[in-house]
Design a protein around this ligand. Structure first.
Ligand code: ZN
Length: 119
């Protein structure tokens, strides 16, 4: 009779796992929906605008004309965390949504000041 108990236990565990899996998947979909529907974060400070009056962008602070694209450490971490959270359901999709919502910035090579990306 022992095999009956073991067999029954295995079936019960399998059924629980099956429904739990659906519930976990639903939770992840819910998290993803919430992330997607959330408006893009509004920066607290308005990024300074580059001076383009002379035709090519120049740093209003130091007059430098060399810039490099940058993401802040916080932005990198945010993309990674959201990507890891949604990884089991949609690998990379969450990270993609997070990356889209974040504006890339440029940094003045000369003085290191950040500006909104030149468009
Ligand atoms: Zn500068």
């Amino acid at each position: 009779m022992g095999w009956l108990i073991i067999g029954g236990t295995v079936i019960v565990v399998a059924v629980i796992a099956y429904f739990a899996r659906d519930q976990i998947a639903a939770d992840f979909v819910e998290i993803e929906k919430r992330e997607a529907s959330r408006p893009a974060p509004v920066p607290k400070k308005v990024a300074p605008v580059l001076d383009t009056s002379s035709g090519s962008p120049a740093c209003p602070k130091c007059g430098g004309v060399q810039f490099k694209a940058r993401r802040t450490v916080g932005q990198r971490f945010g993309i990674g965390a959201i990507g890891a959270l949604t990884l089991p359901v949609s690998a990379g999709a969450g990270a993609l949504v997070a990356a889209k919502g974040m504006k890339q910035r440029v940094q003045c090579v000369t003085c290191g000041r950040f500006y909104a990306r030149i468009t």
